[in-house]
Design a protein around this ligand. Structure first.
Ligand code: NAP
Length: 318
C-alpha cells in the first residue's frame, strides 16, 4: 500500500511540523476544518478513507469516534498518556495503538523539579514583585522555603518518576515512592499506599498514568496526610487530583502549596487558585519544548509508516 493512500485524521492542531509532515506523507484530514455540528456528517462522508487517527493528551480516539470509523486500523497518539483512547474498544476491534514514550521523559521531569523549586522559592511571585516596581517601593522580598533536602514522594516511579528521582537526588532529597509494584532500587523507600507516602513526604509528585485506579488518587485523605506544609506537584493528569479538595486545602491554608501543569477540566483552571501566592500554574506544558515535540512528531510519523509498511510498530501500546 502506498503511504499517500493512508487516510489520517488529525483531531486537533497540535504541532505545525507534525501537521506538515502528515500532509506531505499521507492523506491528511483536519478534523477542525469542519464545524462542530458538521463533524458527524464529515465522519460519515470519509469513513472508508480514514484508517488512522492522530490524537493527543486532550483529544483522542474515544468510543464514539472509533464507532464512527469502521475502517480505523491505528491510533497514533502524540502523547505518552493514552487515557483518552478507548483501549478496550481498540483491542476488541484489532485497532493498533501507539504513543510517544521516552522522548519526553527528561522534559517532564525537568518541569516537575522546576515547579517544585518555583513554588517553594516563589520564583514567579518574586518576578512579579520586581516587575511591579515593589522592590524599590517596599524593599526586600519575603523569605521563602528551601527545596534542597526535602523528602520527595513520587506516585508512579516509571520513566518520568525515575527521571524525577535521579534529578532530586542531586538536591540531596530523600526519595520515597508508591506504585503497585515495589522496585528493586534500595536507595528509594517504597510505601504500600499513597496515604503513607504522603505522610512521609514534604513534596508529593503525581507521575502515574490516569486510569480507573488512579482517578482522584490524591483525595482529601492524602492531602490531609501531606499537611501541614506539604507541596503537591502534578505533572500527571488533572483528574489524578480531587481538584475541589485541593483548592479548599490551599484556600484554607491546610496545604503548603502546589505546582500544577495539569487540571481536571483543561483549559479551565479554578479561579480561586489565581489569588493564591503559594501556587504555580502552567498550562500543560510538560513536554512542550521544540526539541521534544519534534521527537514526538517523528515517533508518530514513524509508527504510521511502519504500519503502512507492515513493519513492527516503533512504540506499540496495543
Ligand atoms: P510509565 O513509564 O508507564 O510509568 C508509570 C508508572 O506509574 C509505573 O511505574 C507504574 O507502576 C505506575 N502506575 C501505573 N498504574 C498505577 C496505579 N494504578 N497506581 C499507582 N501507580 C501506578 O509512564 P511515564 O512515561 O512515566 O508517564 C507517566 C504519565 O505521565 C503518563 O501516563 C502521562 O499521563 C503523564 N504525562 C504528563 C505529561 C505532561 O505534559 N504533564 C507529559 C508526559 C506524560 P506499577 O505498574 O507498578 O503500578
Amino acid at each position: 500500500m502506498a503511504m499517500e493512500s493512508l487516510g489520517v485524521l488529525l483531531l486537533h492542531p497540535m504541532n505545525a511540523y507534525l501537521e506538515q509532515e502528515l500532509d506531505s506523507r499521507f492523506r491528511l484530514f483536519r478534523f477542525w476544518d469542519s464545524p462542530p455540528d458538521g463533524r458527524a456528517e464529515f465522519l460519515r462522508a470519509n469513513s472508508s478513507a480514514i484508517r488512522a487517527v492522530v490524537g493527543n493528551a486532550g483529544y483522542n480516539a474515544d468510543a464514539a469516534l472509533i464507532d464512527a470509523l469502521p475502517s480505523l486500523e491505528i491510533v497514533a497518539s502524540f502523547s505518552v498518556g493514552i487515557d483518552r483512547v478507548d483501549l478496550p474498544k481498540c483491542r476488541e476491534r484489532g485497532i493498533r495503538v501507539t504513543n510517544t514514550p521516552d522522548v519526553l521523559t527528561d522534559d517532564v521531569a525537568d518541569l516537575a523539579v522546576g515547579l517544585a523549586i518555583a513554588a517553594l522559592r516563589k520564583i514567579p511571585q518574586a518576578d512579579r514583585y520586581v516587575r511591579a516596581g515593589l522592590w524599590k517601593a517596599k524593599g526586600d522580598y519575603t523569605l521563602t522555603t528551601r527545596f534542597s533536602g526535602k523528602r520527595v514522594g513520587i506516585i508512579g516511579l516509571g520513566r518520568i518518576g525515575l527521571a524525577i528521582a535521579t534529578r532530586v537526588e542531586a538536591f540531596d532529597c530523600p526519595v520515597n515512592y508508591y506504585q503497585r509494584t515495589k522496585k528493586d532500587c534500595p536507595s528509594y523507600t517504597y510505601y504500600p499506599s499513597v496515604v503513607e507516602l504522603a505522610a512521609n513526604s514534604d513534596i508529593l509528585v503525581v507521575a502515574c498514568p490516569l486510569n480507573e485506579q488512579t482517578r482522584h488518587i490524591v483525595n482529601r485523605e492524602v492531602i490531609e496526610a501531606l499537611v501541614p506544609k506539604g507541596l503537591l506537584i502534578n505533572i500527571g493528569r488533572g483528574p489524578h487530583v480531587d481538584e475541589p479538595e485541593l483548592v479548599s486545602a490551599l484556600v484554607e491554608g491546610r496545604l503548603g502549596g502546589a505546582g500544577l501543569d495539569v487540571f481536571e477540566d483543561e483549559p479551565n483552571v479554578p479561579e480561586a487558585l489565581f489569588a493564591l501566592d503559594n501556587v504555580v500554574l502552567v498550562p500543560h506544558v510538560g513536554s512542550g519544548t521544540h526539541e521534544t515535540r519534534q521527537a514526538m512528531a517523528d515517533l508518530v510519523l514513524g509508527n504510521l509508516e511502519a504500519h503502512v509498511l507492515k513493519k513492527p510498530l516503533l512504540t506499540p501500546v496495543v
